[in-house]
Structure formats: C-alpha cells, structure tokens
Design a protein around this ligand. Structure first.
Ligand code: SF4
Length: 470
C-alpha cells in the first residue's frame, strides 16, 4: 500500500465514543489504528461538563498528541479524525474535527468523504451571509444545520443531511449526544460497536479491536444514529438507495484485519488473488506482493496457482512521507526509499509481482525496474483492480483523468511503459465475485465509477475530482 507515492489516497478516518470516562484516550487509540486512512492531520474533541474542547494538528496521530495533551481532554464522549487532504487542501484550519460555538451551544464535526455539491451550496450560503473559516467542504454542513429553521436539532440535522450530495460519513458531537450519519449510497464504511456500556462508531472495525470493543452493526446508508444517555436511536434522513460502497476500500484502503460492510478485507483480497491466478496465469518461479495491501492478494495468487509465495519486496516503514516532494524525479526516488527488493529471493527468478492498482504507472515502473536490478529474470505484473480510467469524486484522490495511465493507453502500452514481461488486470466481474458481497444488484452494491465512469450520484455543476497532486 504505497498511497502517497502512487497518487491514490484515502481522504479520512473517523472515530467516536459515547459513555466512557476515558473517551479521549480511547479515541487516540482508535485514530492510531485508522492512521492508514490519512496522515496529514489529526484531531480529537471531547465533551466535558457541558462544553467541548479539542486539540488538533498537522502530522501523524503520535506527533499531534504528545504526552499531557490527552490528559487535558476530559469527558465521557469524544470524536476524532485523521485527515488526508483532498477537497480544501491541507492547512491547519482544515484539520478536523471542526469545532463551532454559538449561542445555542457548541458542536464538533468530523467527516470522511467528499461532497459533490459543496461549491454550489457554499456559493448559496455566502449569498445569504455565511462566512467560512476553512476551505473544507465539511464546514458547509455545519452552516446548513445552523441555518435550518426546523424545530429540533435532530430535524435540523436531517434537513441539512438531505441537502448535501456525494460521499459522507459524519460524526457530530454536542454536549448532549453523539450523532453518526452515512450518505444514502453508503460510499464509505461506518460501523457501530460497544465497549461495555459505551458506544463506539468508526470508519473501520480495526479501531474496535484495538480498544477491545465488539462490533454491533453497520450504520446504514441514509441513516442518522443518535447516541445519548437514552441509548441509541435510529432515524432516516433519506430513502434507501442502491448501496455503492467504494470498491477500493476492499482492494486497497482498508486494513486487512477490518471487516468492511461484513466482509473481512484480507479474505476479500486473498480471493482477488485466487481469481487473478485463474484469469491471468503466469509461468513463473515465485509470487510476491507489494506491501501492504497486496500481500493478501499475492498469498491468494500463490495458493491458486501453486507457485510459491515469497517475500520479494520489503517496505521500509521509517522513511518520511514522499508526497511532500513535488517533482516526478523525487517521487521516483521516494519509491526507492520506501521499498526494497529482497535480492536473495528474486535473483535469477521469474517473478509474479502482484499490486492493487496502477494509477500513474510511475510506481509500477520503479518496482519492476528494482526487481530487475535485483536479478529477477522476468517480471509478470498482476493487478487486483480493473484499470482505473476515471477520477473519483467521492473522497479518493485518484489524480485527474490526464494522469490516469489506463485512461489513455491500452494494457499492452502500459506493459511496455512499466517494463513488465506481461501485465494483466482482474476483470470487473472477477473482482465483484472475488469480493463476494451478497448484494444481488449487478454491481453487488459497489461503486465502480473509477473503472466505468458511471457515477452513482449526480455530480454537482462545480463538482471537482478529489485532486490534490503533490
Ligand atoms: S470512484 Fe472509485 S475510488 Fe471513488 S468511491 Fe467509487 S470505487 Fe471508490
């Protein structure tokens, strides 16, 4: 999983807890386990004695929360956020949770996803006198709540939720309750769990495991959960739409130990590997996967093909983030620093190199060349996603169409460009069957827009792809 250098980045991870005296500390642990979903900023807001207070900053969770910071965040409820900046850019002011104070009380907001009509709404709100503190589309939601004339806070939230479009998993904290909402298509995962008498909500179930919480259920698309002293109440703010959960969550983003909408991610990836082996066999000596996300796929490929799995590539976990390096040359150097071939394993071997996706092609070309430099005699590249031909508008930074190598070239052209002996992508049908969602729709409840260009929602006039090329 080489998100930063590949140009395919998850936007955010969110975590919330209600009813535990160590809420901020547990949120810290939860965010730590969601760190793979965003490394540019982190924040926590806790509710204590009728008020909200928070801490946030740029960087990794462990950088932002030094000793003592967490002790200051008291209270039995908290929400937290890890951010990869897509819409709005990466400044400090855009790090979440966003905290708003008004005469009627304070609220904190954490968002995973991307609103496709944010610019339209923002222009309309500015026309009505709103002033925005951030360039993040998340703030639009807070303004919509505050402007609502509905009689109760829950009705105000529902009215605001019904006006926004695109992908959103929201956590909102007030002194009185924790609210969780998922967009009507359910692009992003959002799960509810229990820790004793406390409730937890998180982008991925790995955050439950780390704090010892048990999984209860998914937050349903179009559902608003209200968690308070009275327990959990469920309301709907939108009619049920066909589910469109992001395919890349299974293929690439989520941690292998997470369950995404009931399916274990490692198992899904292993099945992708098995299917790839059937669809695109290779005459080779070893199978290796690009760490981390493609290890499970490589294990599946090896199992189905009978070719032994080997650790042919090692990830160096202690190098700095490469996406702050703007030029292509430095980005390529970044690949080299992040990954090393294991010479003793690949030298003299015909290698099947399994990866999850090809975005710009830069990373694949570097890895193929590294394997050859380490003595591999053949490199056969197998990809566990169909070709990415369209940008994402739902919170994943997949680059613009011009930069997507598969949007503009045939598989054979890509093979030549990355210097592989052979190249194959999994078929769309194979991908859907391997992930194995029980959904009966032709898309099996998955979003396929970056492979097909068929977007499940209207794209607002000013919708922009989640484009923050660094
Ligand atoms: S367009 Fe692709 S990356 Fe974006 S939500 Fe859909 S499947 Fe995920």
């Amino acid at each position: 999983m080489l998100a930063e250098i590949k140009g395919l980045n998850e936007e955010c991870g969110i975590f919330g807890i209600w009813g535990h005296e160590d809420a901020a500390r547990l949120t810290y642990y939860g965010l730590h386990s969601l760190q793979h979903r965003g490394q540019e900023g982190a924040g926590i807001v806790a509710a204590h004695n009728g008020s909200l207070s928070g801490h946030k900053g740029l960087g990794l969770v462990t950088d932002v929360f030094q000793s003592g910071t967490l002790d200051a965040l008291k209270g039995a409820a908290a929400i937290g956020h890890v951010r990869y900046s897509t819409a709005g850019g990466g400044g400090y002011e855009n790090v979440q949770p966003l905290l708003f104070r008004s005469q009627t009380g304070a609220m904190a907001l954490a968002h995973n996803g991307n609103l496709t009509n944010a610019i339209e709404l923002k222009l309309a709100l500015e026309g009505q006198g709103s002033i925005f503190q951030t360039t993040s589309d998340t703030e639009v939601f807070a303004h919509l709540i505050r402007r609502s004339q509905a009689p109760t806070f829950v009705e105000q939230m529902k009215e605001a939720l019904s006006q926004i479009e695109g992908a959103f998993a929201f956590l909102l904290l007030t002194e009185k309750a924790l609210y969780a909402a998922l967009d009507p298509h359910g692009f992003r995962p959002l799960s509810l769990g229990r820790l004793g008498s406390a409730y937890v909500v998180a982008s991925e179930t790995c955050a439950f495991d780390v704090i010892g919480a048990t999984y209860e259920r998914e937050v349903a698309p179009g559902e608003l959960l209200i968690i308070s002293r009275e327990g959990v109440r469920s309301e709907r703010f939108a009619s049920r739409q066909p589910r469109s959960i992001c395919s890349m969550e299974y293929i690439y983003f989520a941690r292998p130990d997470s369950h995404v909408d009931g399916i274990n991610v490692h198992t899904a990836r292993k099945n992708l590997g098995k299917r790839l082996a059937l669809e695109a066999p290779a005459d080779a000596d070893i199978v290796t996967g690009v760490p981390d996300s493609s290890i499970s796929v490589a294990i599946g490929y090896a199992e189905a093909s009978g070719i032994p799995y080997e650790l042919g590539l090692i990830k160096n976990r202690y190098v700095g983030r490469t996406f702050i390096q703007p030029s292509q040359a430095l980005r390529e150097q970044g690949v080299k620093m992040k990954l090393s071939p294991v010479r003793g394993v690949v030298a003299g071997k015909r290698v099947v190199m399994v990866d999850d996706s090809i975005v710009r092609g830069t990373t694949s070309r570097r890895i193929v060349s590294m394997l050859r430099e380490a003595g591999a005699v053949e490199v056969h590249v197998r990809i566990s996603a169909p070709p990415i031909t369209h940008p994402c508008f739902y919170g994943i930074d997949t680059s613009s169409k011009e930069e997507l190598i598969a949007a503009n070239r045939t598989v054979e052209e890509i093979r030549r460009l990355i210097g592989a002996d052979s190249l194959a992508f999994i078929s769309q049908e194979g991908m859907l069957e391997a992930i194995g969602r029980p959904d009966v729709s032709p898309q099996r409840g998955q979003c396929l827009a970056c492979f097909t260009g068929q977007y499940p929602t209207r794209l607002g006039q000013a919708a922009r792809p989640c484009l923050t090329m660094k």
